[in-house]
Design a binder for this molecule. Structure first.
Ligand code: ZN
Length: 137
């Protein structure tokens, strides 16, 4: 099945990119809209919608490359921290429906902590939520 998302087009060479790494299964390149200096994307060459549907072997290969780019960001770009994250589906902020992992270097003096807003825990039945996940994992 042919997909026409922007990452499939980059993988197919229809759209240029600032390539960082490539092997048979994985491609990494700089995000064209940099959240910070060196913001990179790591994608599986085969099309999967997101992290939740990628086979574990390819998921591991992508995460391995993300780890190495994070290490290089600290050693060679001067980053003091790195966010490594992947969004699944639109409600979580996924804008390109092709599995990708963000590697976002962070620098001292310009900390940009991703803010998560807590929900009211008192309105949640945590034992019930825990057992729903535990019984289906
Ligand atoms: Zn794709």
């Amino acid at each position: 099945m042919k997909h026409d998302d922007v990452f499939c087009k980059i993988i197919n060479g229809e759209i240029p990119c600032h390539k960082i790494y490539e092997d048979d299964d994985v491609l990494a390149f700089l995000d064209i809209s940099q959240l910070s200096k060196g913001h990179a994307l790591v994608v599986s060459k085969k099309h999967y919608d997101n992290f939740l549907s990628v086979p574990h072997e390819e998921m591991h290969k992508v995460m391995d490359v993300a780890q190495r780019i994070g290490q290089v960001s600290i050693k060679f770009l001067g980053a003091s921290g790195v966010n490594i994250l992947t969004n699944c589906y639109e409600s979580a902020g996924q804008t390109v429906m092709h599995f990708h992992v963000h590697v976002i270097p962070r620098y001292s003096g310009e900390e940009k902590v991703i803010e998560f807003k807590n929900v009211n825990t008192e309105e949640l039945n945590l034992p019930s939520i825990a057992s729903t996940i535990k019984n289906n994992i």
